[in-house]
Design a binder for this molecule. Sequence first.
Ligand SMILES: Cc1ncc(COP(=O)(O)O)c(C=O)c1O
Length: 395
Amino acid sequence: MNPLIHSLHPYPFQKLAELIEGITPNPAKPLIKLTIGEPQHEAPAIVLDTLAKSLSGISKYPSTKGELPLRDSISQWAKRRFKLESLNPDTQILPVTGTREALFAITQTLVGEKQNSLVVSPNPFYQIYEGAGILAGAEMHLLPCSAETDYKVNYHNVSDDVWKRCEVLFVCSPNNPSGAITTLEEYAFLIEKAKAFNFTIVADECYSEIYFGDQAPLGLLEACQILGNKDYQHCLIFQSLSKRSNMPGLRSGFVAGDASIMKPFLLYRTYQGCAMPIHHQDASIAAWDDEEHVIKNREIYTRKFDAVLEILSPVMPINKPEAGFYLWPKLTMTDEDFCTALYQEESVLVLPGSYLGREVEGINPGSHHVRMALVAEESECVEAAKRIRDFLNRR
Ligand SMILES: Cc1ncc(COP(=O)(O)O)c(C=O)c1O
């Protein structure tokens, strides 16, 4: 067996299951889970209709590269959303079956040229980054995002020795779990470093369409356009319909950017075999072409966050995220204690923040935090918030 398999960490939800094993939630209250980032809002009818009508596509082997109409639709969407002059559907876009597998696959494609390769990631992070880096044979280099830095990475603290060994830099913007957004200045700095030290910026943007107010989060390709990096050199974005369109089960997203990376990525993917079924491609076209359902979705999240924050703000320091659908409050007790006591007393389950991070030099920047996914209907999220308020008021 591949010995690197033994270096993989258990997934946060497995650790959570072990933590609460043997603890009984309050039987007087139905269990509410705020743990998994799985959108519970309705999937758009227009997409489901298209999916049903396209089922005959099941009789064909799909190609890894995807059909041109899908790549065209993605190109049009990305150009509108990120104000791009061009994004070539033939050379700069690949549909992927959800960004999870694609984040893994790109790391396998990119790691291996340098000696003692590093995969650089924020800490806490989406755990696929770590698994991808480990299985590619790289060492993970983790950059802390803590309350002291507004949950942002301070890239100026990263030494050139690290950039020299870096092959993949993961940027998660909007960030899971904190919702922080990478700024134009940060991207300008990172693109300079990527060019100077020859690494790829992998921007995981799967929460970019869930934001509050009128200002859509900046995307990496948008930053490239503004900064004059017109060919998107060293830059890739990962976009998904899972959160934007409430369709995590469709397994549909795309990767776009630097054509010189997309070419070997396509070659890698032909072996990995993750081609998107034709009927999923047709449904995805309907989703990328429609913005109305995305606007409505944002309105639902905005109402929900406002209602929940009104209840929780008086009892704990808690901020509305810049974007995304998680709350990431800092606690005065340990995250595991908070999680188990809340589960036992109020039948509300949240995810301990330390499970999303790693200890570096004695500090796990996720500890003393919990992640709450506001993905359920508003009434359920409000009920959870009231129970958390009562729980904190008793302490
Ligand atoms: C930060 C982040 N990236 C990527 C994904 C994967 O999304 P999908 O594979 O559904 O596109 C998730 C899912 O929760 C996520 O939180």
